[in-house]
Structures are given as structure tokens and as C-alpha cells.
Design a protein around this ligand. Sequence first.
Ligand code: NZQ
Ligand code: ZN
Length: 388
Amino acid sequence: MLGNFTFCNPTKLYFGTDAMKGLDEELPKYGKNVLLVYGGGSIKKSGLYDQVIKILKANGKEIFEDAGVMPNPTVKKLYEGVERARKAKADLILAVGGGSVCDYAKAVSVSVFCDEDPWEKYYLRFEEPSCKIVPVGCVLTMVGTGSEMNGGSVITNHEQKLKIGHVFGEEVFPKFSVLNPEITYTLPKYQMVAGFYDIMSHILEQYFSGEDDNTSDYLMEGLMRSLIHSSLIALKNPKDYEARSNIMWTATWALNTLVAKGKTTDWEVHMLGQAVGAVTDATHGMTLAAVSMPYYRHILPYGLSNFKRFAVNVWNVDPTGKTDEAVAEEGLRAMEKWMKELGLVMNITDLGAKEDMLDDLVNATLIMDGGYKVLNKEEIRDIFKASF
Ligand code: NZQ
Ligand code: ZN
């Protein structure tokens, strides 16, 4: 049953090869001071940096830069960004990059006018902002996280060995996002396929919750089928516009709150993956891939009917004459085959995790209660052991 909900997604999207014109439309709505946030330099190599600077200047903006946002942005970098934004008296934070840059921009946006320690307030106590929020706009360069149209913001604290996401409300969503699939062509294959699996995981972790007849499940099955189809085309030809644009659009809809309606949502794979990220600093999508198969095989008996549905409706498994268990297993095997074909990392050893990190991994894993089985610490330990 869908139950009661409100739905509002306030992010305005500009999509396609001419999406950059969205910047010209949006910039006049904000004050003069723009904090331009970006990562380790990919946007300089690709020429996107020059393009953005030109548009900012043409719109009469005073540009302040905050470069070097790392994949899995750290709390140390967040403190630095807050100081920069304060000095710049930023009227707009413009994030040009992947999910890390967008997430970081949101974290800065809720911290500039915050009197408390943002790590403790937002990421340890999960409190909502009670201060003025600086508006954020995004130019997306990497597809996967959905950060371009949601309130998610994940920050890593290496000292505390924790990687934690806060899902903020609509007031923190980007005001606008520019999505040009061609900008993603320069992504290395490793990042491209990691993003593909991030999308899949976002969908799966909403799909595998609840067992009622729900419109959201039908939407998600369509998104997954589109992703699987287009991912194999993009793997062969990364410059296939049709495939890359379909994947970009799928990623946005996978995590912009729509398909969560009527679902309890699980997110345990993200909690396991974030623990791996906290300990190894590995690429987000790969951390999810590396723990997924042991996790899904563990929870399959608790959500058998939807695992069977997944096998039939997403992977075209023929159920005739087979037990439900056999059909469900066949679906997972089909997914595993697809993951290997993409070249995803299928174990945490290859991401740098070692047996002596097991305690840290278990301690860093938050336990969620929306999936088919609420894990206990022993089960989490067993899933990590099976992921080495
Ligand atoms: O830093 P630069 O030089 O830009 O290089 C980046 C980075 O090294 C590179 N890259 C990005 N676009 C490129 C490119 N290289 C060449 N050409 C391009 N067009 O790719 C590398 C990875 O970028 P990153 O932003 O870290 O990747 P992603 O988009 O996967 O973001 C990962 C972060 O998002 C969080 C993750 O936990 C992780 O911290 N997530 C955020 C979510 C949300 N907001 O809702 C949900 C997700 O589940 C996820 O947890
Ligand atoms: Zn993710």
C-alpha cells in the first residue's frame, strides 16, 4: 500500500547537449559572489573549467574558488570550505564535478551560518539545519549518486573511521543542475562502471523492501532494465550518446525520492559499503559491488517473493517448473554475471581491506531497519568475511 506522503522535488534540471545554457538562465537569480567548487582537476583537463569561468564572468560574477574536493570528501576539507565560503560571502555555491563535489557543496551550504560543529550536528546527531542555507547549483560530470537532484551529502571522517550520509530536506536540494551526458565521456572506465553499479544499488535498496503491489516497483523494474541494456552498450562504446544519456537520466530518477514512495527502503548495502569506504577510501560504487552478492544471498530467504519477481521481471528468468528459491537464485546469478561483465570489483580485498580491519568494518556499519532482515553484528561480520 502506498500510504500517505507528500512529494516535491524543487531542483530544476537542464538536460542534454545544450544544458549549459541553463547556467545563463540561472545565474542572474543570485547575488554577485559565487563560490566555485570542484575536484582534483578533471574539469581543467576537459576544458569545462574555462567554459564555466567564461559564463560566470559574462554574468558579472565575482568568482571565489574552492578546488581539490577529493572523492569521498573529508570533514577536514569541509571545515576549510566553510571558511572559504564565509570569506567570500558566497551568494551561490556552484559545484562542478561528481557526487563528491555536489555532496560537499551541500555540506558547506548548511554550515556557513551554523554556530555548531557541522560534523557533530549533521553527521553524528542527524539534526536538521536551523540556520540560513546558501543556495547550491550543480554542473554534473560523473553519473551515479543522484546528488544532482536530492538532499544527500556524504562526508568521511578518517580519524573516527566513519563515512556518514545525511539526507537533508528539500531546502538543501540543489536549486538547479546542469546535466550534459557528453561531459561524462572523459570519465575513466573504472569510474564509469562504478557509477553504473551505484545506480543499480540505489534502485535495489529501495526495491528490496516491502512486499505489496506498488507502482514504485514497476517504475524501478523499468529503470533497472534500461540501465542494464544501456550499460552494456556504453561498455563497448563509451561515446554512445543514447546509452550515456539514458543512464544519466536513470541515475537521477533512481535517487530523487520518487521511487521511494510507498517503500520502507533498505540502504544496508550502502551502510556496508560506506564502512568499507571509511576504512579503505575506495571508490563508492565499487564498495557497494564488493559486498552486494554476500548481502543479497544472506537476505534472500527473508524477501523471497520479491527476489523471485526481480529474477523474472528484470532478468527474464523463466520460472516454469522451478521452485521460488531456484528462480530467485537464478536472478542473482544473472546480476552477478552482469557485474563481472562490467568489470566491477567483486571483493573487498581488491579494494584494500584486510582481515585485521574486520572490527573497524563492523563498528563503522550502521544498522538499518527498512529491509527484509535487520542485521545483527554477527551477521555483519559474516557478510564482510564472505566479501574478502
Ligand atoms: O576530482 P576530479 O579530478 O574531478 O576527478 C573525479 C574523481 O577522481 C573523477 N571525475 C568526475 N567526473 C569526471 C571525472 N574524471 C574525468 N572526467 C569526468 N567527467 O571521478 C572521480 C570520482 O568522482 P566522485 O565525485 O568522487 O564520484 P561519485 O559521483 O561517485 O561520488 C561519490 C561520492 O558520493 C557519495 C559517495 O558516498 C561518495 O562520497 N554519495 C552521495 C549520494 C547522495 N548525494 O545521495 C548517494 C550515493 O549513494 C553516494 O553515497
Ligand atoms: Zn550510492
